[in-house]
Design a protein around this ligand. Structure first.
Ligand code: ADP
Ligand code: MG
Length: 223
């Protein structure tokens, strides 16, 4: 079976002029379709760097990322943006929603950069919003929502283009534990529907729900 996402010998060096930070040191990962993987490690171990590189938001200094069997090395920024928009759904700790914009419009946003005809946008967005149980908040602006509700909107938005993979970086980091559990249940539900989920967290308890844990330490996989 071809993995849905592979990192081959990925290194990342941040060049700070006078000093260099080696954030990733030759990381190899293969993630299969339908897997729920947690990437764990202490703060500063390279989790977010790896997540950005796996999600094609940043390029490695060395090594390559292979998505659905296609090597992304050498793709133009425009090609990468297109692949990201169709194949990867992102969920961030800080939600990254448009403020003063409705739930519906936040979820519709990625469709504007897709091939989906505009006549389908509202129907598709409502379907995703229902999936996360926010159908009675369609017209609310995102700044009128609780943290947990905001994260559910972010999950609906991440799902809207039916991506191969959901990448979540500390998605419960700004939430209380009960709300965090609720968000995790949303990911479990998506995974049971066949979505591949990569959950980045420094929380070992949270990582227990994953089928597999990848432990990073100082930029290397140690487990
Ligand atoms: N944009 C950046 N410029 C310079 N150094 C960075 C940058 N992003 C992260 N780093 C450094 O890379 C290392 C790994 O950071 P990060 O990937 O954010 O770790 P984590 O998400 O596990 O906390 C840290 O030493 C951090 O300071
Ligand atoms: Mg981080």
């Amino acid at each position: 079976m071809t993995p849905v996402l592979q990192a081959q010998n990925v290194s990342k060096i941040y060049d700070m002029g006078t000093s260099k930070i080696e954030a990733l040191k030759g990381v190899n990962i293969g993630i299969n379709k339908g897997e729920f993987v947690a990437i764990v490690g202490k703060s500063g171990s390279g989790k977010s760097t790896l997540m950005h590189i796996l999600g094609l938001l940043d390029t490695p200094t060395e090594g390559e990322i292979i998505l659905n069997g296609v090597n992304t090395k050498g793709m133009s920024e425009k090609q990468l943006a297109a692949v990201r928009n169709s194949e990867i759904g992102f969920v961030f700790q800080t939600f990254n929603l448009l403020q003063r914009t409705t739930v519906l419009d936040n979820v519709i946003l990625p469709l504007k950069y897709s091939d989906v005809p505009s006549t389908e946008w509202v129907r598709k967005a409502k379907e995703m919003i229902e999936l996360v149980g926010l159908q009675d908040r369609l017209k609310n602006k995102s700044n009128e929502l609780s943290g947990g509700q905001k994260q559910r909107v972010a999950i609906a938005r991440a799902m809207i283009n039916d991506p191969s993979i959901i990448l979540a970086d500390e998605p419960t980091g700004n939430l209380d534990s009960k709300t965090g559990d609720e968000i995790v249940n949303n990911f479990l539900r998506l995974n049971s529907r066949g979505k591949t989920i990569i959950l980045v967290t420094h929380d070992n308890d949270l990582a227990q729900i994953a089928q597999r844990r990848i432990v990073l330490k100082d930029g290397s996989i140690v487990e």
